[in-house]
Design a protein around this ligand. Structure first.
Ligand SMILES: [Zn+2]
Length: 90
């Protein structure tokens, strides 16, 4: 497998994806990015529902209210780790 000619700027993730020649690495990147996308959606939905009062979550409500020592609930932090890992995959 050879790198794909890329139309993307060389400092972008899209360009880096076009340079992957190992199918297993490409699969690994795709899985991590998919997990990040799902986690991003779940995290955003949870935060929105807490913010508008449709769900109750004290740690996330404290973070939304601006408490500098609040970092969200365990679910929120897990989703954030998946998002960070996904964006750092390439
Ligand atoms: Zn929460």
């Amino acid at each position: 497998m050879t790198p794909r000619p890329s139309t993307h700027n060389p400092i972008t993730k899209s360009y880096a994806i076009d340079q992957i020649t190992d199918i297993e690495q490409l699969r690994k990147v795709a899985h991590r990015m998919w997990e990040a996308l799902v986690a991003c959606r779940a995290q955003g939905e949870h935060s929105f529902r807490v913010a508008v009062g449709d769900d109750t979550c004290e740690p996330c409500q404290a973070a939304i209210d601006g408490d500098p020592d609040a970092f969200g609930c365990d679910h929120h932090r897990t989703w954030q780790r998946l998002v960070d890992r996904g964006f750092g995959s390439v």
